[in-house]
Each structure stands twice: as C-alpha cells, then as structure tokens.
Design a protein around this ligand. Sequence first.
Ligand SMILES: N[C@@H](CCC(=O)N[C@@H](CS)C(=O)NCC(=O)O)C(=O)O
Length: 245
Amino acid sequence: MSNLYIESTPSEVSKADGIHLLTFSTPNGQKVQILLEELALLYGVEWTTTIINFAQNEQKEDWYLRLNPNGRIPVIVDNTSKGNPFPVIETSAEMLYLAEKYDKDYALSFQDPLERSQMIQWLFFWHGSGAPPYGQLWYFGNAKEKLPAVIERFRTETLRVFGVLELRLSGKNSDEQPREYLAGSGKGMYSLADIGAYPWVAKWEFAGFEKKEMEDFPNVLAWLERIEQREAVKTGTGDKYQKKP
Ligand SMILES: N[C@@H](CCC(=O)N[C@@H](CS)C(=O)NCC(=O)O)C(=O)O
C-alpha cells in the first residue's frame, strides 16, 4: 500500500480502483463534477465519488491532507496510473489532467496549439482572477462581522471580472462578432475554459448581485443560459452530488 493512505482513510477512497473524486458541491467542486459528467456522456468514463463532510471539516483531517496538503476540495486520485495512486489537486490542473487522459476527440479541449493556449488562458483567468475575489466576497458577505469596505472591494472586483468576460464574449476589441464560448476560433467552442468559470458566475444571484447589475453583461447572461441547458451541467450541479443523510 502506498503511504498516500493511512488507517483513517475511508475505505471507499483507499480501495477505489479507478478515478476517485473527493468533492463537495460548491462552485469549485462543480467544475470537476461537470467535466466528469461530460466525459461520461462522450466517452463512457466511469469514476467513484466521496462527498466530503464540510460540517465536520473532513477536508482538514490527516488522511485528507495526504491527498491534498491544501485541505480543500476537490481532489481526484487516479488509481489507474502505473505505480502508486496519483492525486491531482487544484481544479484547473485536475480538469487539464482529465481532458488529457480522456478527451481524445478534442470535444471539450483543443488540438490546435493556439486554440489550446486560449483555453488555458481563460481557464487560468478564472482560477487566478475570478475565483479569488468572488470567494472572498462569499466569505465576507456571509461573515457574522460585517466589514462594508471589504465587501465593497470584493464586490466591485467581481463585477469588474464579469466585465472582462463580457468584453471577451461580446467580441468588441478583438473579434468581429460576439462569441458563444471563451476559447476557440470564430464563435468559440464549449471547453474547459467555460466549465471553469460557469459554476461560479451562475451563482450571481446567490452571491448577492442584482438582475439590474447583471444586465450590464448581456453576453455573459446568454453564455450562462447556453451552458446551463447541457445535460452534464444539470447532473454535475444537481442532487447526485448532495450528501445522503
Ligand atoms: N484553488 C483551489 C480552491 C479550492 C477551494 O477553495 N475549495 C473550497 C470549496 S469552493 C474548499 O475546499 N473550502 C473548504 C476549506 O477551505 O476548508 C482549486 O481551484 O482547487
């Protein structure tokens, strides 16, 4: 047995023999949940899942920190690789890992190096510039102690980032026409770049933004509508990933 697992590791994790996902259905968890559901529909990819108990801070327990020293979800463990089980942390790295392994027809990623670079740019954009202020807005917005200047800072920054997505999708400044998706030539193609940002942006109402504010981003709203209709998106954000009582 590899030293990745210890006595307290749940057996469903240590005994898994394929791809194993450890998640909780937050926007970060949903990125990887959606991608796996897309890969299941496209290629019949199978995996097993452990829903992490946030109420008990399970993601900070010793056994979990062996898989992800950062103590956050999601994590995937690839038990199909040669040698020891291979853990992958950080959502964007997990998505790239899964796409490289399974998306042989480039249905959700790109073969062309420049289009692939665009996909990675927008994936990193959300990972580095979108999720951090949005996550802090979420945290400070729900904190007991209200710090108006802090909330305002992260609120304004999140709106600014929505504006960046709007500029990209509107096609202004770069393309001649609006785009349907963040990466790819012409109108673009649904890819990891969209899956990375979607579950966060889709929660705008929950995060306290108003319809009137969002009307400044018509191309983002149309992009959300386009993506939310996908079967894999419905499953990846749905009941399947709620902890059973
Ligand atoms: N940069 C990380 C962020 C992961 C992250 O922040 N996950 C949150 C849920 S959205 C989490 O595990 N929070 C629990 C905690 O901080 O203890 C990634 O992209 O994987």
